[in-house]
Ligand binder design. Sequence first.
Ligand code: GLC
Ligand code: MG
Length: 679
Amino acid sequence: MSLKKKSNGNSVELKEGIENTGFQEESDNESVASSKKRGSEGSVCMHKKENEYTQIKPYAGMPKEVLLLYSRQARYRVPREILFWLTIACTLALLALTITVIALSPKCLSWWQSSPVYQIYPRSFKDSDGDGVGDLKGIIEKLDHFAYLNIKAIWISPFYKSPMRDFGYDVEDFRDVDPIFGTMEDFDNLLAAMHNKGLKLIMDYIPNHTSDKHVWFQLSRNNTERYKDFYVWVNCTEGNPPNNWVSVFGNSSWEYDPVRGQCYLHQFLKEQPDLNFRNPEVIKEMKGIIHFWLKKGVDGFRMDAVKHMLEATHLRDEPQVDPDQDPATVNKEFDLYHDYTYTQVGLHDILRDWRVEIDTYSTEPGRERFMVAESYDYAEIEKTMMYYGTRFAKEADFPFNFYLLYLPEMLNAYRAYQLVDFWMSNMPKGRWPNWVVGNHDKPRITSSAGPQYVRAINMLLLTLPGTPTTYYGEEIGMENVNVTVIQDPFGKFDPNASRDPSRSPMQWNSGLNAGFSDSKNGTWLPIHPNYETTVNVEVQMGDPYSVLEQYRTLSILREKELALHRGWLCYVWKDLNVFAYLRELDGLDRAFLILVNFGQDTDLDLSSVKELPDTLTVRLSTHPIEQKSFPKNAIRTTTGQGLLLQYSSNQRFHSNHASECYVAEKACYLSTLGILYKC
Ligand code: GLC
Ligand code: MG
């Protein structure tokens, strides 16, 4: 079959000899005329065409006229229109659904919120080369420990090149690894191995000072132009510091430098000169270091000693705490109020700036870069809270919450409540809490609180809302070690302040050097003898009442149970003996009641708490007990016991006791769909 239509004497042949009658050239006068005609006499024209093509059926590649002829018939037009409107309706419905889902989805927790942070002090974690000092390869060997503990965020204390006067907090080169810890290649391998296992690496970033061996200091002390003002130099003569400022580690914070003939400031050791953060070149250099490590792929930073970064330029004496003290004897940090050396105006601008830099690496979901600030502000908690930043200018994801470190000083349950509430009631609304019970600067819990309280303190740490931080060894209840030859520079100034006892090697097993090292010549600090019997990872594995197994169970529960993960915290009871709080989530009947006993054996009667059911089931007890459940009018705990009870209730405590409750990253549960939504 072949159809021909004349067009200017030309015709276009189609497949199978069919001519494309729809194809017309613009210059085609006849066609223009006919199309005009079609406009006014459409039906006539149609009629004519109908006649013209009645002999054919629709076929692929048919000419427009044929197509139109058929497509206008109701049996083609109606389904087409139905499909069209259906498509529009579906698109709109999908759009509406997407907007609703976005609007109702609660924020997903970031990795630094969902996992505890584990602090490794690299000198003491694992020694791979038998020199008695831990190293980066050693950490690689032990990564499975974190899978076991269900921990995904690891903060490693400094491993930069350093003369080790303050064991790595005196940095000689921010872009290199100290040979005692390994090489840059070891670091790259460690980071890759960690990322392979889904672990995040948080580095220590030490902005306040460098080592006096750092090339910047060497160039600064001999007045090399660009580096002249990299540190805080002041005119003085030997033995006559410019004012009464004292270092954290004791004695004057000024040191006369014979090379330059001036004094430089050091808020820590004299081998740790303070950088001058009023110099834009210093700001630039230090930012460069942040980029250097972020580009390598590290996941975050712990910002060391940030409150010390700026000092008043007027250099006035700081007021004495005891005005009657002989000024000549003022030589300790707490002899002075640090009005001119701590938390000076401008400090937060620096942190905000870092945040902006760091956030440029946080674009991929799951690869958010984390920032935590270290600042001990004691009673002045509002200073600490400043590091959260504001709604418009973010700083750290959180500043470390050190307040639970003060629990052992006055160990009772009411104090525990007060310290928890001190943070919760001062934290800016909507921010994420966190809890620290130990670190490389403080005694271990077992030693400060007593071994009978370790499990309960770990339970507190892991069942409060927010991120727990665990110092290596706390998961097995390691104790402070006796050190005869003091290594810590702070300990050399004041033996009572020595931090060596809490920095002893990790106790992995009961073998040679607790499995920490193959060294035949001992380890850099002695190992606690209790490694041979009860305090090592291997011996505690599998024992449900060991500190390790309980830590692990709590860490897993914390992740798995929504109410623990992101539910409300409400105080239910507090007295000297027992602090009881619950964790609940709107829409979820399953909730938890936690009791920690830091006093005497107690039968707690919670019958007046109407939101609790009559019976609560034991989910975890730090001490062996026979009961599988407790009636709510007699919940028994003994000294040092932590008890995690599970219950089911459709009444929410927080609805009736708003002043006793807090929630971070609020979300509600829709049980019919099994999802969380914003509420
Ligand atoms: C921080 C560290 C501490 C160190 C000091 C100086 O406080 O935690 O160990 O000595 O800064 O860098
Ligand atoms: Mg080693």
